[in-house]
Design a protein around this ligand. Structure first.
Ligand SMILES: *Cc1c(COP(=O)(O)O)cnc(C)c1O
Length: 358
């Protein structure tokens, strides 16, 4: 007789990109930022008085929320913070979607955490295929009467493609009775505008952000949501049934310092975007089709060599990229943008492999 609950027996966990311990790789598989976080974060850590850790953190993370509300020109009532945006998304599914209502709608292909989480809560979902160019067809999301909510990653992952703000607005406006979640994990790398500027206009819009990608703080585990006070209150109620203190003291202080260092992160983001655009061209020259990326990664397929073969050969040569063995995308690779030096190393190895394998 097993000791697990029926739920624990039946769930399928999300498979995160590997964090290898066996050897040192050039790591281009989980969309981490290749540059360090703001110097202000290191100063917080150096000056930190360990005696403070005796006390619980502020359960409402007020000082961090104050910095974020300033950054976005909103009130603290419009900001919810959590232990990574995965946690914020998980709480949002539980807060806004019902098990016995119409299915929640999101694209096929998108961030694979969404179906995992929906299943673990018994929330039904319906996936709408991207078009042949891997784009969201906005018409598929307009005025959906028969849905329990909508989740869109913008830019989308792992495709790297972004939708213009006007399409996001049409989606939110035409589904006023449903919560629309826009996951903006990669928005800082995009030319497209953030949906945060629509929050005042639509009570059903929730925008989710993370410190893991553009803030170089994946190891700190912090994400947040911006939305109407009504939605943020709901999230807070849900949080307090699960974990009242999701952000520890260090995390609150470090992320507040990072969020204040706007200039530094502008420089880092520009560097990643610049490397990305150069890399897209170099990969095209090597026979790859490269989707137009507005994120910190490229989604590519090669005309002659199978993606799985490339993934395995790169791995052997010490370079990790992400490969998804899934319908529609099983011949694509997702390559995180690293430093120019790491990208040059990748190009050298790819040239060699392509020479051998074709
Ligand atoms: C990386 C990622 C996240 C999760 O980020 P964390 O804040 O590290 O949990 C959420 N959504 C998408 C689309 C991502 O790619």
């Amino acid at each position: 007789m097993g000791l697990l609950s029926k739920l624990a027996e039946s769930v399928t966990p999300y498979a995160a990109g590997e964090q290898p311990r066996d050897r040192k790789y050039i790591k281009l598989n989980t969309n981490e930022n290749p540059y360090p976080p703001s110097k202000m974060t290191a100063e917080i850590l150096k000056a930190y008085d360990a005696a403070d850790l005796r006390l619980y953190p502020d359960p409402e993370s007020m000082s961090l929320r104050a910095v974020l509300s300033q950054l976005h020109g909103m009130s603290t009532q419009n900001i919810f913070v959590g232990n990574g945006s995965d946690e914020v998304l998980a709480l949002a599914f539980k807060t806004f979607f019902d098990a016995d209502s119409q299915p929640v709608v999101f694209p096929d292909v998108t961030y694979s955490f969404y179906p995992v989480f929906a299943r673990s809560c018994g929330i039904r979902y319906r996936e709408i295929p991207l078009n042949a160019s891997f784009q969201v067809n906005v018409a598929d999301y307009i005025g959906l009467n028969d849905c329990g909510g909508i989740v869109l990653a913008n830019p989308n992952a792992p495709t790297s493609i972004a939708q213009p703000l006007s399409e996001i607005e049409e989606t939110v406006e035409s589904n006023p009775e449903r919560v629309v979640i826009i996951d903006e994990a990669y928005i800082d790398f995009a030319r497209t505008e953030s949906a945060v500027k629509l929050i005042d206009k639509y009570r059903n819009l929730l925008v989710v952000r993370t410190f893991s990608k553009s803030y170089s703080l994946a190891g700190m585990r912090c994400g947040y949501a911006v939305g109407s006070a009504e939605l943020i209150d709901g999230l807070t109620r849900m949080k307090d049934t699960f974990n009242s203190y999701p952000l520890d003291r260090l995390c609150q202080a470090v992320c507040a310092a990072a969020a204040r260092d706007v200039d530094y992160y502008q420089t880092v983001t520009n560097a990643v975007v610049d490397t990305r655009d150069k890399m897209a061209e170099k990969l095209s020259n090597l026979g790859f089709s490269v989707l137009t990326s507005q994120a910190n990664f490229l989604f590519v397929t090669h005309a002659k060599i199978r993606a799985e073969q490339l993934y395995l050969s790169l791995r052997e040569r010490g370079i990790l990229v992400r490969y998804f063995k899934k319908p529609r995308i099983e011949n694509h690779l997702r390559i995180t943008i690293g430093t120019p030096k790491e990208m040059n190393a990748l190009i050298v190895v790819l040239k060699d492999l392509i020479g051998q394998l074709t």
